[in-house]
Design a protein. Structure first.
Length: 118
């Protein structure tokens, strides 16, 4: 029910925009997070939009470079000034609580690979 897309190969300093499309439910009242997981590393949440207070949170590792946005049943992650350490599989997830403090999500996207390399 969540479909993530937009990954690819990009050079350091480049940009990519990831998309997360919801089907069969309305994202309006959900909190939406973007996670990433690199090989051998733990999953990291890089961004979360809370529908409860209309606030977006970012991990320190991406703050100032990544931008979350959403419209209709789509969520986006604009990734700028990409670095090699941003290489990972990126996932979107949604929780009906609307809250970013929860750890359990109702829906997960399938993941999209982002590779930053020259």
């Amino acid at each position: 029910q969540l479909q993530a897309s937009g990954g690819g190969l990009v050079q350091p300093g480049g940009s990519l925009r990831l998309s997360c499309a919801a089907s069969e439910f309305n994202l309006d009242y959900f909190a939406i997070s973007w996670f990433r997981q690199a090989p051998g590393k733990e999953r990291e949440r890089v961004s979360c939009f809370s529908s409860r207070d209309d606030t977006t949170y970012y991990a320190d590792s991406v703050k100032g470079r990544f931008i979350f946005s959403n419209a209709k049943n789509l969520a986006y992650l604009q990734m700028n000034s990409l670095k090699a350490e941003d290489t990972a599989v990126y996932y979107c997830a949604a929780t009906s609580t609307g809250d970013c403090v929860v750890r359990e999500y109702d829906y997960w996207g399938q993941g999209t690979q982002v590779t930053v390399s020259s």
